[in-house]
Design a protein around this ligand. Sequence first.
Ligand SMILES: NC(=O)c1ccc[n+]([C@@H]2O[C@H](COP(=O)([O-])OP(=O)(O)OC[C@H]3O[C@@H](n4cnc5c(N)ncnc54)[C@H](O)[C@@H]3O)[C@@H](O)[C@H]2O)c1
Length: 328
Amino acid sequence: MTSRVLVTGGAGFIGSALVKRLLDEGHIVAVLDNFWRGSMHNLRTVSAHPSLTVVQGDVVDSNDLQRAFDALGGVDVVHHLAAINGTKWFNEAAIEVIDVNINGTLAALRKAMEWGARFVLASSPEAYGDNEKMPLHHEDSSVFPAASSHQRFSYGASKYLDEVAVQHAVHQGLDARIVRPFNAYGADMVGDEYGQVVGMFFQAIRDQQPMTVHGDGTQTRSLTHIDDIVEGFYLAGSLDLGRDGTTLSGASFNLGSQEEVSMLELAARVNQTVGSLAVDCALAGGYPGDSKRRLPDIESAQKALGWSPKIPLDAGLAMVWQGLQTGP
Ligand SMILES: NC(=O)c1ccc[n+]([C@@H]2O[C@H](COP(=O)([O-])OP(=O)(O)OC[C@H]3O[C@@H](n4cnc5c(N)ncnc54)[C@H](O)[C@@H]3O)[C@@H](O)[C@H]2O)c1
């Protein structure tokens, strides 16, 4: 069935890939984005699609959300992805991060309640804070350090509060679901110093400069290809009932690869991917509060969404490299 879908942050890395998938599936889509980090370049292959409307505006502003609703003539599903993402920003722009992540979510949530639209929140593994228990189960607790220690959790703690707000809305009758992507990567990701590790490593290859590995390089991540992440969002937004018969409203889903890799190992794998263009790597930098491991327990996503990651890391890195070489 065709749905009218609003994607906040739809010009960003994950949002734009989700928009393409929704259009491919025949849905009518509005993007609300202020282009703080996203761009029309991310939507270049669908910018003239007859079922896509792009509204430039601020997700914190309910009038801008309403403009997107009006453009669609109603909203059945909201995928709420607008946020300030990127570890460097969490420390450098904590107040802006908190403002968009909390006030933007509250504004989008209130509108979804007013419209009677299904709501999918893009949360994050950062919402668990410093919890060192691995793998992270979807119902595990959040643990945060003293606020005076660093500002990293401007992001994670605001995502935690977003989840609290969503659970409140569920109690008020909203159909809302929570997804937590674990380190999404793909060819369109940001590769500058405000970006994420895979993008930065490939940027170093393109610049033929050493890859900078933070800390001692032994910290691990569960890198998850963008196609797998988009599949998880898509299922969370489109299934009425869980594949196991459970209700999806109020449920949370960790979307992450089970292939844990250290950052030094990742640098080696990126070098393998690019063959003769391999570069050196240098240990430098990092951020206070960086986590040592981040491994998801994906049980709820497997059972209720029928989701599991399909793209192994080496294949995914090869896809990124091919995309970077052939992309405009
Ligand atoms: N990329 C990941 O690995 C990852 C992991 C966990 C959670 N997430 C979450 O998924 C979502 C998408 O992440 P992403 O990696 O695509 O980030 P992104 O920065 O590429 O996308 C976020 C989008 O939100 C837009 N935006 C920012 N402030 C806005 C505002 N006030 N009004 C309207 N739009 C605004 C940006 O311009 C951007 O297009 C975010 O909510 C992020 O927190 C991402």
